[in-house]
Design a protein around this ligand. Structure first.
Ligand code: DP6
Length: 412
């Protein structure tokens, strides 16, 4: 190792979040995070939803430390420890000729890390922040430590942080193959198509206001595995076939099949939650009203216009086949789910604002003047995010993105 003691070497990376269209729900091995079925997701554009993580190493650090959204958090949990151990085991030699620093493979076990992570969306909004977070941690560390593994191998490490994180190592459409080996080495993510393959798709997320604290995915799925017969049927008899059909639909950009499968799988996942003892309710009245709106529209047109899917919370993720339909969808959503009075449209519709403009709502123009269905209350939805399928993780080379100070390795 170099003699000079005060150097800091760091890497900053950005990783997207993902939403499953065929859900992962249930583990066959809790410690290794091995699922009972395959799942498929679409990666969301990191311009609108992502995690940025800076990882740093220095001989001056005396223990591993992590900050999430500016607050120090503990790394003592087994999920963090498993990810750190797996990545350290694969670390290679690193040389920074400019700074005259050389770290050899054997040095890594003695060196400590500083990690700072930031989500560009509210962590509490229930938008799969752990998926982007663990994927970003593993990806950034793999770059810092010169780990020579492909993204699928890295996905098997991120999986040990949070199952759904393994699918955030790729852009576009991604499949997490459950694998069948006991050690889990074949339980990893593969890319089905990149984000350009089906780039007409528009995704609108409704962040639904909710007062109640939801059951975490981890404990919810444990209870379903222990008590739901429907979950056994789903994993054995339904998902294998559905995964094949979904892969075909994605390959052929067949929106009607894609939408039918996506909605059916979301509804079955929530039926499994209801079949769990005691039952778990992730969706609320607003979620149900969003489903009715889309189901009625799809039925009136005779073919699916929009797909919807819900994770372990009340938020709706709606997918439209193209901008034209997305504009109609946003108009319907703003009409049926208006903001509270005096809300600026710019803070009610986030992400890709051009869809808002096309829908005829510019700047601070509200929807106050529009007649609303009497049963719809204002403020049921906190805000909408317009986005699209997006790319996988990248390194951010521009130092201005770094979350740690390059001299001290402490949060900026
Ligand atoms: C409903 O990946 O959060 O979002 O593996 O225990 O960390 P752990 O669970 P997590 O579960 C995600 C469940 C889901 C469906 C999905 O993303 O496939």
């Amino acid at each position: 190792m170099a003699e000079k003691k005060q150097w800091v070497v760091m890497v900053t990376a950005q990783t997207p979040t993902n939403i499953a269209v065929i859900k992962y729900w249930g583990k066959r091995d809790e410690a290794r995070i091995l699922p009972i079925n395959d799942s498929i997701s679409v990666t969301l554009d990191p311009d609108h939803l992502c995690t940025v993580t800076t990882v740093a190493v220095s001989p001056a650090f005396d223990h591993d430390q992590m900050w999430l959204n500016g607050k120090e958090i503990s790394l003592s949990g087994s999920r963090y420890q498993n990810c750190l151990r797996e990545i350290r085991n694969r670390a290679g030699d690193v040389e920074d000729k400019e700074k005259g620093i050389k770290i050899e493979k054997k040095d890594w076990e003695k060196l400590h890390l500083h990690i700072a992570s930031y989500n560009n969306f509210p962590t509490a909004a229930g938008l799969a922040s752990s998926a982007a977070g663990f994927a970003c941690l593993v990806f950034a560390l793999s770059k810092l430590m010169n780990v020579n593994e492909d993204p699928s191998q890295l996905s098997a490490i991120a999986r040990q942080g949070s199952g759904s994180a393994c699918r955030s190592l790729f852009g576009g459409f991604v499949k997490w193959t459950m694998g069948n080996k006991e050690d889990g080495t074949d339980s990893l993510a593969v890319q089905l198509t990149d984000e350009k393959h089906w780039n007409d798709l528009v995704i609108i997320i409704a962040v639904v206001s909710s007062r109640q604290k939801e059951t975490s995915s981890t404990s919810g799925m444990r209870e379903s595995v222990e008590t739901s017969l429907l979950l056994q049927h789903r994993a054995r008899d339904v998902v294998p076939q559905r995964v094949l059909q979904m892969e075909e639909a994605i390959k052929n950009r067949d929106f009607a099949s894609f939408a039918q499968l996506t909605c059916a799988d979301s509804n079955q996942f929530h039926a499994v939650c209801l079949d769990t003892s005691p039952p778990i309710f992730y969706m609320n009245d607003t979620s149900h009203r969003l489903i009715s709106l889309i189901e009625k529209w799809n039925r009136s047109e005779g073919s699916p216009q929009v797909a919807y899917t819900f994770d372990a919370g009340p938020n709706a993720v709606m997918i439209a086949p193209n901008r034209k339909v997305a504009v109609q969808l946003l108009q319907k959503l703003l009409f049926c789910f208006p903001p509270k009075p005096d809300t600026d449209m710019n803070s009610y519709v986030l992400g890709d604002k051009s869809i808002l403009q096309e829908a005829g709502f510019e700047g601070a123009n509200g929807v106050e003047g529009l007649p609303h269905p009497p049963e719809m209350k204002e403020g049921e939805v906190s805000y909408f995010i317009c986005t699209r399928p997006g790319r996988g993780p990248i390194v951010l080379h521009d130092q201005t993105h770094a979350l740690l100070d390059p001299e001290t390795g402490l949060p900026k």
